[in-house]
Design a protein around this ligand. Structure first.
Ligand SMILES: [Zn+2]
Length: 381
């Protein structure tokens, strides 16, 4: 449940910062008393403005409310398998600054916290945002996160084994800002729901095709949180008959253990040890696009497996839209195009009206979603 000040700020923003209390009451469903109290506290904090010069008619002006963008900032950080991205946004949730650095291999909690702190502080310094203006940090991690208890359980794609169990409170105290954590795909689909081409669609699935393969789900306008013991959208670990590769999770036959970026490279190495030019994810995809039979042999299977996983998500959630993101989701990419073609081949006719496309939010998709989720957990002092 969102706090009243978040509900009101969202509603004012939705009115393009020209909101009247009467309309807000209707829009938010809050009682008149609660609305007035919330608006007053936001005005007192400087988070809302009501500028008289906006009145255009004679007589006693009815002054619209607007969000004071510069009154607060919100950080979003996404620790990916290969890259970590940080962004800062203002109270209108407009990004002010963004930065990307490589993700190191995980060794131990202390160096990991120190590294995260360094990345955050360097981005903050480069952004010119004063540290006291940042209200929350939303942190998404390519791995398992227990959002309820604020614990990063694993980050297998950058070497953090299951059971690492890092409390984010330790990071919050280093940074001096409250931290709310979630998995990358939870952040990704929430970014789509809030800011994407299909924003506001009640049923959305985001599929991340990258080093790992994951998915995030919004069902009936509700964001489904994944929990390590109650996983949601673990498409990467759907078992594919005929796939005998062992996954980082320990199971044999997981989708990710074939179609994940690093696994694909491993398979190319194993099958074609002499062909060094195929021993990279991007190289493999380019070679397949250019017609290389060996590269196609590897990627056609990956695409067929991907299609099984994606079709399962469509069957399970009947989404209005399915959005792809991650390094392997490129409109001109071979594995992406083959995946879509295979998917269309197996989808029942009734499901083919689901919109399918690539994210418009780019590489900062999850950082944006994380920022938004951090913002939603902002407590007004
Ligand atoms: Zn697995």
């Amino acid at each position: 449940m969102l706090a009243n000040h978040i509900i009101v700020l969202d509603a004012v923003r939705a009115k393009k910062n020209q909101a009247f209390k009467k309309d807000l009451c209707q829009q938010t469903g809050l009682s008149w008393g609660t609305l007035c109290k919330t608006v007053d506290s936001l005005l007192a904090g400087g988070y809302l403005n009501s500028r008289k010069e906006r009145a255009s008619r004679p007589g006693r002006p009815i002054v619209p409310l607007g969000v004071e963008g510069w009154a607060a900032c919100f950080a979003g950080m996404d620790v990916g398998a290969e890259h970590t991205r940080v962004l800062f946004a203002d109270l209108n949730l407009e990004p002010l600054f963004q930065q990307e650095v490589p993700t190191p291999r995980y060794t131990d909690p202390e160096p990991f916290y120190a590294w995260l702190t360094g990345v955050y502080n360097a981005a903050l310094a480069a952004s010119g945002v004063a540290c006291e203006r940042v209200r929350t940090l939303g942190l998404s991690v390519s791995g398992n996160v227990d959002s309820e208890h604020g614990v990063i359980v694993s980050g297998g794609n950058f070497g953090m084994a299951f059971g690492a169990n890092l409390p984010v409170s330790a990071l919050a105290s280093r940074l001096g800002v409250p931290v709310f954590a979630m998995s990358t795909q939870v952040a990704a689909v929430w970014a789509e729901y809030q800011f994407g081409i299909c924003a506001g669609y009640g049923n959305l699935v985001n599929i991340g095709l990258g080093v790992g393969i994951g998915s995030g789900i919004v069902a009936n306008h509700v964001l489904l949180y994944s929990h390590p013991k109650r996983p949601v959208g673990y498409i990467g670990h759907i078992l594919i008959p005929g796939n005998d590769h062992i996954c980082s999770c320990g199971f044999k036959g997981c989708l990710e253990a074939y179609s994940g970026g690093d696994y694909l490279v491993g398979i190319a190495r194993e099958r074609f040890p002499q062909r060094l030019e195929l021993h990279g994810a991007a190289e493999l995809d380019r070679a397949a696009a250019a017609g290389d039979a060996d590269a196609r042999a590897v990627l056609d299977t990956a695409a067929a497996y991907n299609a099984v996983g994606v079709a399962a998500m469509i069957q399970l959630y009947a989404p209005d839209a399915l959005i792809f993101s991650g390094r392997q989701s490129r409109a001109d990419g071979y594995v992406y195009q083959r995946t879509i073609a295979e998917l269309k081949g197996i989808l029942p006719r009734e499901r083919r009206n689901c919109y399918i496309g690539i994210t418009s939010l780019g590489a900062y998709q999850s950082a944006l979603g994380a920022m938004r989720l951090g913002y939603e957990h902002w407590e007004l002092a």
